[in-house]
Write a protein that binds this ligand. Structure first.
Ligand SMILES: Nc1ncnc2c1ncn2[C@@H]1O[C@H](COP(=O)(O)OP(=O)(O)OP(=O)(O)O)[C@@H](O)[C@H]1O
Ligand SMILES: [Mg+2]
Length: 337
């Protein structure tokens, strides 16, 4: 990360609630609180990992930032170096402009590539929309993009089914890069790949980020890849951020019992770094009726009375001179355990 820290995205009290509709009249009977009050800053040039168990709201948060899902409330301020704009309040025209700068790579690129089109056919649309009228120019750009993701230019004339999973993921990355984005949300971008291919794609993502000065929000439920790729990590639980820190500090100076449990589940070959396994009891509670107080309290081995009634704020601390946020009433006690 560069020395002077510039914020590219600022999320303020962001909520994305999905209505639950029941009965013949489709009355709203409740809400799935998928993202439930997230405030967060993303720094230009960093890779911010977003981790947490399945269903905690990672994808919804990523999609809400890109407005692929409309947030219910809150602000998402995008600083494109010249202006700051709230993405939740843009006109359609403004959103189209901004959309080119903010891209997403999904876990399964197959579902986002049209099987009836060649790679050139699939990738050229956004270039056309960007005003690149000459076909030969579009072919040149797409050829360059394929080479940037370690593929061959001629492969643009093949169809999605002619590629392996790892290659399709590279194509997904090439597509995200086609209009020189500023920020890419990688949603489980390597989770479906074999470990060896995963390592190659992770390295590719890292190299491309350096070359093109990108910012990543790297969503994953797999904590073992986080250490390699990220600068900072945000841990989500039931739609809220419960801990946020530099990656080294999150591992070495953990300040939330939930993070401790997640980290203890990573298989580590190095005996010195192996943590005592903390088994999380029970399932993740429903985001329709989250528990009172600290949402983690029913599964927390250190739960005290206050945890059952008072919602802990995400408070700022410092570890090793770096900012470190934790939403635990006993955050500092975690350091001495
Ligand atoms: N369109 C939707 N309508 C209703 N509920 C939704 C919708 N999308 C997601 N949800 C719910 O919101 C919650 C968060 O889902 P989300 O997909 O964001 O989780 P996730 O952390 O990405 O999980 P995973 O690791 O399995 O991908 C879940 O309870 C999910 O069922
Ligand atoms: Mg997801």
């Amino acid at each position: 990360m560069s020395e002077s820290i510039e914020t590219i995205l600022t999320l303020k009290d962001m909520e994305t609630h999905f209505p639950i509709k029941k009965g013949v009249f489709k009355r709203t009977t409740g809400y799935v609180k998928a993202v439930d009050g997230v405030s967060l800053e993303v720094y230009r040039g960093e890779t911010l990992a977003l981790v947490g168990e399945s269903g905690c709201g990672k994808t919804t948060l990523g999609k809400s930032i890109l407005q692929l899902v409309k947030p219910t409330s809150g602000k998402i301020i995008y600083n494109d170096k010249t202006t700051e704009r709230d993405l939740c309040r843009l006109s359609q025209k403004e959103m189209m402009e901004v959309n080119q700068k903010l891209q997403i790579v999904f876990q399964d690129p197959q579902s986002s590539l049209n099987p009836a089109f060649t790679i050139f056919g699939s990738l050229q649309d956004s270039l056309k929309a960007h005003g690149i009228k000459s076909k030969s120019e579009r072919r040149k750009i797409i050829g360059d993009l394929l080479e940037a993701v370690n593929m061959r230019r001629e492969q643009m004339d093949l169809y999605p089914h002619e590629f392996s999973g790892g290659q399709r993921q590279r194509i997904g990355i090439a597509r995200a890069l086609s209009i020189e984005p500023d920020l890419i949300v990688c949603d489980e971008a390597v989770s479906a790949l074999d470990v060896s291919i995963q390592a190659q794609v992770l390295k590719l993502l890292k190299d491309i980020k350096e070359e093109r000065n990108l910012t990543y929000i790297f969503i994953t439920h797999d904590l073992s890849v986080v250490e390699y790729i990220s600068d900072r990590v945000a841990v989500m639980y039931l739609g809220k951020i419960v801990e946020l820190a530099e990656v080294e500090d999150l591992y070495a100076s953990t300040m939330h019992p939930y993070t401790k449990a997640l980290l203890s589940a990573i298989p580590v070959a190095d005996l010195d770094r192996r943590k005592k396994r903390i088994l999380l009891e029970g399932d993740v509670p429903s985001p329709v009726n989250p528990p009172s107080g600290c949402p983690f309290h029913p599964r927390c081995s250190q739960c005290q009375d206050i945890c059952k009634t008072v919602v802990p704020e995400l408070k700022r601390f410092e570890t090793n001179g770096n900012e470190h946020y934790s939403a635990c009433h006993f955050a500092e006690e975690q350091l001495s355990q």
